[in-house]
Every structure is written in C-alpha cells, then in structure tokens.
Design a protein around this ligand. Structure first.
Ligand code: AMP
Length: 191
C-alpha cells in the first residue's frame, strides 16, 4: 500500500494530475477541497461552515478538516493506497495524518511536490476561473490570499516530510503530459 501526498501551491496541477494518477496507478483520490465544495453544493452543515473560508481563500480550521479527512479515508477500506491532494496544509494536519495512518499500521510513502513559479500559478488560476465555476478562482485578491496562505502556513509542511526523507520535488512547469511523465517516473522508480 502506497500513500502519496501530492503537494504544491494552488494552481500547481494537483487535481489534474491526481485524476491521471488514479487512472494509471489505482489510488483512491482524497481531495479536501473537493469534499468541501461537494458539501457546499449539497447545503450540508459542513458546507455552511466551510463556505466563508473557501470563498475568502482562508484555511478551514484544522479540527474540522482533520475529522473530515479521517472519516472519508475510513469510508474506503478497499483502498490500495491514497493520493492526498490539498491535505495536509498545516503542520498540525501533517502530524494528525501520521498518527491516523500509524493507527492503521500504515504511513506516508512519499510527498511529491509540484514546483511552479508564482506568476504561472496566477495565470493558471485566472484561466481556470473561466471554466471551474469556483468563486475563489474568479477574484485576483482571493487568488493572492490563497498563495499567501500557502507560503505562510502550507509550504512549511514540506519540512515535515523532508525530515522523514520522504520529500521529492517534481518540476510542475510544462504540459500536463510532461508533468504526468515526471510523476509516473517517480512512482515507478520505487517511491
Ligand atoms: P483546493 O481545492 O485544494 O484548492 O482547496 C480549496 C479551499 O478549500 C482552500 O482554499 C481552503 O479554503 C479549503 N481547504 C482545502 N483543503 C484544506 C485543508 N487541508 N485545510 C484547510 N482548508 C482546506
């Protein structure tokens, strides 16, 4: 069982690449952003709580996010491995994920971190706004907020995995196929 953290700033291509990786390697894709958006759409209590955070580009509080991640993962006892996309985004989440997996006799195999320049991120997110219907893609101020939150709170999570010798940087520039090729090589190369 391999459990991968697919890491990177907003607009790095985590969601796009996750779909391809699921197809090719058979992981279960677990995106906390997707879970929150589905709950907002469905008008659930979780959706009502999460909406203002997503709309403004802030992080949903750790306790709520960790609980929903664990509940969703527990709903997939058949999984042969997970791709965690958009989680963990804080040190507390990374530590909680380690504890959660450890309680099941598992662990994170690797963090694959997509590295993309900031200007490219802004361009990709503005372009995605034309089709995603995401409120948080449509406003340049919210895009900037998400990038700032990433730099302040999420980027340090890489240190957690570097300390465990599990960090692998992947160039996130170029075409979707190029990037998928790099991720696949990393996974086929024994990650
Ligand atoms: P994403 O789809 O990963 O870009 O996430 C969209 C938004 O969902 C983020 O800007 C946050 O508001 C929220 N979100 C997603 N994942 C997390 C997380 N692990 N912790 C806190 N908030 C999250």
């Amino acid at each position: 069982m391999r459990n991968i953290v697919l890491f990177g700033p907003p607009g790095a291509g985590k969601g796009t690449q996750s779909v391809l990786l699921v197809d090719h390697f058979g992981f279960v894709h677990l995106s906390t952003g997707d879970i929150f958006r589905a709950n907002i759409k469905g008008g659930t209590e979780l959706g009502k709580l999460a909406k203002s955070f997503l709309d403004s580009g802030q992080l949903v509080p750790d306790d709520v996010t960790i609980q929903i991640l664990e509940d969703t993962a527990n709903g997939h006892p058949e999984a042969k491995g997970f791709i965690f996309d958009g989680f963990p985004r804080t040190k507390a989440q990374a530590e909680a994920l380690d504890r959660f997996l450890e309680s099941k006799g598992q662990s994170i195999t690797a963090m694959l971190a997509l590295e993309v320049e900031e200007e490219e991120l802004r361009q990709r997110l503005s372009k995605r706004a034309e089709t995603s219907g995401r409120v948080d893609d449509a406003d340049p101020l919210v895009i900037q907020k998400r990038i700032d939150v990433y730099n302040a709170e999420t980027a340090p999570v890489a240190e957690h995995y570097k300390g465990q010798n599990k960090y692998q940087g992947i160039a996130g520039m170029g075409t979707i196929e190029d990037i998928f090729g790099r991720l696949s090589s990393a996974l086929e190369g024994g990650v």
